[in-house]
Design a protein around this ligand. Structure first.
Ligand code: AHR
Length: 525
């Protein structure tokens, strides 16, 4: 219920000293009716060998003047640690289906090409051991994408044996000789990438015959994981949109899974969905106005329908929701920044992207029973990045700040929020004005995230709690003067979170949200 505060203005103003004459929206939060757990893997990252995502963004080499640990940038590691990154998907993307792991291990690395992304040379300096070291430094799990398009089950099986065998096989001894005697832990295995397109243009039937072989033969030998209930989870290629082509893909893979034999299995089905409006990407990432703000947010909200569509097909074959929907590529894809290298997918990251990130994370949280993993594209310097680097300089993007503010939602239990979102209209685009989720963390603390999409109007949120009594609520809010405000190397703090506090009256907390803002507060009870 969104109503103008007329007669009520005095009451609200008294409750919230800093409030302007904002509209009021009411939220009902019932903590006695918890939902599914929000899997922390939903906050996963994606690092492809693409542009400066890995080389320069993560890897500078041990001889670099940029402070590094064994070649990996210390500043990037420190920033990512604050995000508690649960997993990193690597080495692609389209790159994965042309990646041959042997070229990226050992003292002599083959120089190859990266035909997908700018046709540049690939030094293979960042290979298996460097990736695992990077994960170790940031404290994340490996989500390895194996080459189905131009590789073989044998090549992938040997990679996994190299990584995970504890017994003294030739490959395990080679791993030890290359510096890592202990088996590595590989938590997630992606079997192909976009196999319907850059990954080999396969029909669902062709992909399924490949995927079954990979599922059977690509084994994890790490003894610790063999006994682990969270053994290596296998993720099959899923849809890349809606429409019959994609619903038929989901149907075919899920139907095959329902009729599976003992010899193969899968644990997840991937979904790729970029916020792009139309291909090729033409929306600017900076220097845009309210029309583009509204259109991009309208497009991003399509994620909800897409997830619901594919989740419904999955329900048909898997009513117990054993198979996770893994949104392992999502985010905004804009026109490349003028002057940037072709194929490097360089774009700025504005307040709009912070709002966009919050809306998607909220959608995943509402579908927490099925969406149990997601990977934003991509982590550093590519597409909707957390971090931008330029030689020794680093800047944190608005998307980074939203991921950091949402850390408490990792592994928390979803708590339903009822509200009437109201509307925000610009031109022919009408969007919900508000979005909100709530969750309870392991310590029992309640967290509330509220986004005000409207770039012109503040809103006062009055949240009534059932099942608990709030004592105080405080947190952070992210906004800036313009919808296209960005953090640059010269002005890195233009879009950065500021403290915010709510007032409490009985079972209701009141919070005034700035226009175009993302707010996360914790509620003391
Ligand atoms: O993230 C960039 C590319 O987008 C990935 O390589 C591919 O999987 C997708 O089409």
């Amino acid at each position: 219920m969104l109503r103008l505060v007329l007669g009520l203005a005095v009451t609200v103003a008294a409750a919230i000293p800093s409030a302007t004459a904002a509209d009021t929206a009411t939220l009902s939060i019932d903590v006695s009716k918890p939902g599914a757990k929000i899997d922390r893997n939903v906050f996963g990252q994606f690092a492809e060998h693409l542009g400066q995502g890995v080389y320069e963004g993560v890897w500078v080499g041990p001889d670099s003047a940029i402070p590094n640990t064994r070649g990996i940038r210390n500043d990037v590691v420190a920033a990512l640690k604050a995000l508690k990154v649960p997993n990193v998907r690597w080495p692609g993307g389209c790159f994965a289906d042309e990646y041959h792991w042997r070229k990226g291990v050992g003292p002599r690395r083959a120089v190859t090409l990266n035909p997908n992304w700018g046709g540049v040379t690939e030094s293979n300096a960042f290979g298996t051991h460097e990736f695992m070291d990077f994960l170790d430094q940031i404290g994340a799990e490996a989500y390895l994408s194996v080459n189905v398009g131009s590789g073989t089950p044998q090549e992938a099986a040997e990679w996994l044996e190299y990584l995970t065998a504890a017994q003294p096989t030739t490959l395990a001894k080679e791993r030890a000789a290359n510096g890592h005697p202990a088996p590595y832990r590989i938590a997630y295995l992606g079997i192909g990438n976009e196999s319907w397109d850059c990954g080999g243009n396969m029909t669902p039937e062709h992909y399924l015959s490949q995927m079954k072989a990979y599922s059977r033969f690509v084994r994890n030998f790490n003894p610790a994981q063999e006994k682990d209930p969270h053994r290596m989870l296998k993720i099959a290629v899923g849809p890349g949109g809606d429409g019959p082509r994609w619903t038929e893909w989901t149907d075919a893979v899920m139907k095959a899974w329902q009729g599976r034999s003992w010899s193969w299995d899968m644990d997840g089905l991937s979904l790729h969905n970029y916020t792009v409006v139309k291909w090729p990407p033409s929306y600017r990432s900076v220097g845009f106005g309210e029309a583009e703000y509204a259109q991009i947010l309208q497009s991003t909200l399509e994620m909800d329908r897409l997830v619901a569509t594919h989740a419904a097909i999955m329900d048909k074959y898997d009513p117990q929701k054993k198979i996770a929907l893994v949104v392992d590529e999502w985010g905004a894809w804009y026109a490349p920044l003028p002057g940037s290298k072709e194929g490097f997918l360089v774009q700025q990251n504005s307040l709009r992207d912070g709002v966009l990130a919050a809306l998607n994370l909220n959608i995943f949280a509402r579908h927490a029973d099925r969406v149990r993993m997601a990977n934003i594209a991509q982590m550093v310097n590519v597409l909707q990045a957390m971090i931008l680097t330029d030689k020794e300089k680093l800047v944190l993007t608005p998307t980074y700040h939203v991921f950091r503010m949402y850390v408490p939602f990792q592994g928390a239990t979803f708590v339903p929020v009822r509200f009437d979102a109201g509307t925000y209209t610009h031109g022919d685009v009408t969007l919900p004005r508000l979005d909100a989720i709530a969750a309870r963390d392991a310590a029992g603390k309640l967290w509330l995230a509220v986004t005000n999409l409207d770039p012109g109007r503040p809103v006062t949120v009055e949240a009534t709690l059932a099942g608990t009594t709030p004592r105080s609520a405080a947190g952070e809010t992210l906004t800036a003067s313009r919808v296209d405000s960005v953090n640059s190397f010269e002005a890195p703090g233009t879009v950065s979170p500021k403290p915010i506090a709510a007032s409490i009256q009985g079972a209701t907390l009141a919070l005034t949200l700035e226009p175009k803002s993302v707010t996360v507060v914790s509620v003391e009870q």
